[in-house]
Design a protein around this ligand. Structure first.
Ligand code: ADP
Ligand code: ADP
Length: 264
């Protein structure tokens, strides 16, 4: 099955003389459980592509689908208003958009909300590590006891069990990024979007996080779209590397990485 599907996606920012063609007819499928790295020079539209998949911005033309369902601000709004809980109210909200070209098709299923990680982990500084990880669980309405169990599991997943009561500023950059990863995993989403998540880390810390991410990715069969400038990082992690060119943003090359790696 296809987890993420972009078909003929074009994105134009601005109008008239100021218009920027950020993406020009990009088509890309990410299979369930596939790890795809997007590489390319600055300004070639990597972040734009992730934002469109996340539903943070709208395509100018073309379609973006997540497990066959339309992605986009409409789907995102429906999730936010319903605190991420699937159910009849979501179906009602989706119905509001049934007249839009991208709004149909999600009448029965709740929209998929991808997890999104950035270079900056954007943790709440006043919350403990455990409470940061628990935020999505609280939004989903889990009981305090259920949250406690789940947060303890997630702390263990990212090897931070001893640090649940600490505040983000007491941790190293790599540990903070692991907290952000755990918080993203708390969404229980099948799709992970990562925009240079380890770009600010030193090489050794990045290596450790590659090992952790790879372990978690294969255990959970996540579909990952991972943006990086670092070709070595792409070769380390990816099943497939997709190269974008700029002006306009287009896919100019794709490579499947066939090198067998440990732990897979
Ligand atoms: P990358 O992530 O590969 O560096 P971006 O997706 O950030 O590329 O940007 C692609 C192009 O779109 C660039 O030319 C950039 O200047 C332009 N762009 C990105 N966001 C905006 C915006 N909000 N308004 C206008 N132009 C933008
Ligand atoms: P509330 O946020 O409703 O005041 P708590 O303060 O009891 O509830 O817990 C906040 C969140 O963090 C919950 O998601 C809880 O499960 C979790 N949590 C807090 N401390 C820990 C810890 N040391 N280990 C595991 N989970 C924790």
């Amino acid at each position: 099955t296809t987890a993420v599907s972009l078909t003929g996606v074009t994105k134009v920012y601005g109008r008239g003389d100021n218009a920027v063609l950020a993406l020009d007819g990009v088509s890309l499928d990410v299979a369930a459980g596939e790890f795809v790295c997007l590489v390319g020079a600055s300004g070639c539209g990597k972040s734009t592509l992730l934002n469109l998949v996340a539903g943070l911005d709208q395509v100018s033309s073309g379609t973006v689908r997540l497990a066959g369902q339309p992605a986009g601000p409409a789907a995102g709004r429906a999730v936010d208003r319903d605190a991420g809980q699937p159910g009849d109210r979501t179906a009602g909200k989706a119905g509001d958009h049934a007249d839009e070209p991208n709004g149909g098709g999600s009448l029965d299923l709740p929209p998929i909300r991808p997890g999104f990680m950035f270079q900056e982990p954007a943790l709440f500084p006043w919350l403990t590590v455990a409470d940061n990880i628990g935020v999505p669980l609280k939004l989903r309405g889990l009981s305090r006891a259920a949250r406690r169990t789940r947060v303890a599991e997630l702390l263990e997943t990212v090897h931070l069990t001893e640090f649940g009561r600490r505040r983000p500023h007491e941790l190293s950059g790599g540990m903070r990024q692991r907290v952000a990863l755990a918080r993203t995993l708390a969404l229980d989403t099948p799709v992970l979007l990562m925009d240079e998540p380890f770009g600010a880390l030193d090489a050794m810390t990045r290596d450790l996080l590659h090992d952790e991410l790879e372990r978690i990715w294969s255990q959970r069969r996540l579909s990952v779209l991972f943006v990086t400038h670092n070709v070595r990082e792409a070769a380390r992690l990816a099943d497939r590397i997709v190269l974008l060119s700029s002006r306009p943003g287009r896919i100019i090359h794709e490579t499947r990485v066939d090198v067998p790696r440990p732990r897979r």
